[in-house]
Ligand binder design. Structure first.
Ligand SMILES: *[C@@H]1O[C@H](CO)[C@@H](O)[C@H](O)[C@H]1NC(C)=O
Ligand SMILES: *[C@@H]1O[C@H](CO)[C@@H](O)[C@H](O)[C@H]1NC(C)=O
Ligand SMILES: *[C@@H]1O[C@H](CO)[C@@H](O)[C@H](O)[C@H]1NC(C)=O
Ligand SMILES: *[C@@H]1O[C@H](CO)[C@@H](O)[C@H](O)[C@H]1NC(C)=O
Ligand SMILES: *[C@@H]1O[C@H](CO)[C@@H](O)[C@H](O)[C@H]1NC(C)=O
Ligand SMILES: *[C@@H]1O[C@H](CO)[C@@H](O)[C@H](O)[C@H]1NC(C)=O
Length: 526
């Protein structure tokens, strides 16, 4: 006879075993349910000691990581839309931190693939990303591909565009949270969205249109007003075509260096960074015509033709187009050679990447709606009319600029956005203008949404300026402990410089001392 207590001990061992052993298999994980969607397939398999490069969006804090996770793949469709969307949910096998993090994409892809997932899982998050129904992760420069946006000549694929705009992203939230709860047998305590660039735009869309989906949103360098800034970003290239000008990267850099030489020290520190761009507004490219510039051992003279193109990038099409069609330019310490002024393509990992295809593809596929459109022969009238049409056709779906965040505020959501002032792809003036609109509607918006300018930082990361690598941690503290970020900690600039970035409308002001130390600066209204 077994004693009763012995049986209880055995039962206890069995039941605790059942509760703690999490099963990573398609049969153990419940199919998520989504309004207006059919889940076609759920796959799940354990992956151990997966070792690859990981990065967090909007940081330079990456590197090789080794992770072990339950790899769940969910395929779903929206009946009648003929779409097939793949969502990846990666669940840490050990040391889950109890939280869910969804990751945004970049360019014309709403999903980052493994790069961001690896990093987020290494931090202990249950993590997820979507391919939006069209991204091919095997193609390395997929972020500039827009062929999916046309069903046929003159016919936009509105379903895929809607998936790109917001639907696949809100589905990502529903799927990721349900899979997380099913696998761990308890829901995530808090959920976060984290993205840069196109992913930053996804973050804004969530706060505006799906305010219940996330407790905290980190929207870095958001592609706000994408229907405007993308085609408008082609303005300098268009001028080069119209005027038959080609520029060397050296000459473009000569103009940038000349502007930096004039404006760098206006903030009291010589560091190659223009931290107060508005103080540099009076400087124009034409001021520098005739100056000599030595680059890679060759002396160049800055030309009037070059000045016209460089100034077009700095002042933006807003300076010449109708109010409706124009857009802001980039700041004067931004690297114009990577997107704005094509000085040749680059070979990255064996693939030729011409960054300004980000701009040309929008004009070809979404404005001309013709894969064979001869963009080099576009007239000024066609260009400016195209900007107005793009706004009219796509703003409602894609702009992500609705300043009404009242529902997100009411549900206790918190959002941090920051934008590098030396961004070379997305003019930082867009999110700044949006934040001002939000403040106009709600003077207390600061209590749940803070925007920070990052002097000298390029698109998402890079550049001379310190990068706010810890922004997600600060967001987590704000959401979970109520500790609002008075400043955003930033570090690892070109020489290990640290700064505390200021919440807009405050600006970083030098107060004396070693400029590499954060304490040598303060935040002020200027
Ligand atoms: C994963 O790595 C750990 C630590 O190095 C090792 O003990 C374990 O055997 C590895 N597991 C597999 C499946 O390779
Ligand atoms: C995760 O699972 C999917 C589908 O089974 C598979 O295609 C993918 O390669 C897996 N990912 C990793 C990192 O093993
Ligand atoms: C559905 O999509 C597939 C490819 O994704 C395409 O071959 C097929 O023609 C589409 N069907 C309809 C009815 O549009
Ligand atoms: C454009 O410039 C190139 C080189 O400067 C020149 O060879 C060509 O004839 C020019 N084309 C036109 C249409 O002016
Ligand atoms: C200077 O030369 C280096 C090495 O050839 C090259 O990588 C770099 O792009 C050049 N810089 C410019 C502005 O052309
Ligand atoms: C970093 O660079 C800035 C400007 O170039 C300089 O003022 C500062 O002293 C440097 N800091 C360190 C730690 O080298």
């Amino acid at each position: 006879m077994f004693s009763k207590s012995w049986i209880l001990v055995v039962l206890g061992i069995i039941s605790s075993g059942v509760c703690s052993a999490l099963e990573c298999s398609p049969t153990a994980i419940s199919k998520p349910t989504l309004r207006g969607a059919t889940v076609l397939d759920v796959e799940a398999n354990e992956v151990r000691n997966y070792t690859t490069t990981g990065l967090a969006p909007g940081t330079n804090d990456g590197g090789i990581r080794t992770i072990s996770f339950c790899n769940v793949t969910v395929i779903h469709t929206h009946p009648g839309w003929n779409d097939t969307i793949t969502t990846q949910v990666w669940l840490p096998l050990e040391d889950w931190n109890g939280r869910f993090q969804a990751l945004g994409g970049g360019g014309y892809s709403p999903g980052p693939g493994p790069l961001y997932l690896v990093y987020a899982v290494a931090q202990g998050f249950a993590s997820a990303s979507t391919d939006g129904g069209f991204a091919d992760p095997a193609v390395s420069n997929v972020a500039t591909d827009l062929t999916w946006a046309l069903s046929s000549t003159n016919n936009v694929n509105w379903f895929l565009l809607e998936n790109y705009a917001s639907k696949a992203t809100s589905d990502l939230a529903d799927i990721g949270k349900q899979i997380t709860a099913s696998y761990y047998k308890t829901p995530a305590t808090y959920s976060y969205f984290n993205g840069c660039s196109g992913g930053g735009r996804q973050g804004l869309v969530l706060a505006q249109e799906f305010p219940d989906a996330f407790d905290g949103i980190l929207a870095v360098a958001p592609a706000i007003n994408i229907e405007s800034f993308i085609p408008a970003g082609y303005w300098p290239s268009h001028l080069m075509n119209r005027r038959n000008i080609s520029l060397s990267a050296c000459e473009v850099q000569g103009f940038i260096q000349a502007a930096v030489d004039v404006c760098d020290t206006l903030d009291g520190v010589q560091d190659g960074i223009i931290s107060l761009p508005s103080w540099c507004n009076k400087v124009a490219a034409h001021d520098f015509v005739g100056q000599e510039y030595t680059c890679n051992g060759t002396q160049y003279t800055l030309t009037a033709a070059g000045a016209g193109v460089v100034q077009a990038a700095w002042s933006g099409s807003v300076s010449v187009a109708s109010r409706e069609g124009g857009y802001y330019g980039l700041n004067k310490d931004a690297d114009l050679t990577s997107f704005s002024i094509p000085t040749g393509c680059q070979i990255i990992n064996g693939v030729e990447v011409c960054f300004n295809t980000l701009f040309t593809n929008w004009i070809v596929y979404l404005i001309a709606k013709d894969a064979d459109f001869a963009i080099d022969e576009m007239t000024d009238a066609e260009f400016f009319h195209g900007l107005v049409r793009s706004k009219r056709d796509y703003a409602g779906m894609l702009a992500a600029n609705n300043p009404d965040l009242s529902t997100f505020k009411a549900r206790g959501g918190k959002m941090i956005s920051w934008h590098g002032l030396a961004d070379q792809a997305i003019p930082p003036a867009g999110i700044k203008a949006y934040y001002e609109e939000v403040l106009k509607r709600d003077r207390g918006a600061h209590d749940f949404f803070r925007f920070f300018e990052a002097p000298g930082v390029g698109h998402c990361y890079g550049g001379l300026g310190p990068v706010p690598n810890g922004a997600l941690n600060q967001l987590v503290h704000w959401v979970e402990k109520g500790a609002a970020p008075d400043t955003l900690g930033a570090d690892r600039g070109h020489n290990g410089t640290a700064r505390n970035l200021c919440p807009y409308p405050l600006h970083q002001v030098y107060i004396g001392g070693d400029p590499s130390r954060a304490g040598s600066f303060t935040c002020r209204h200027i």
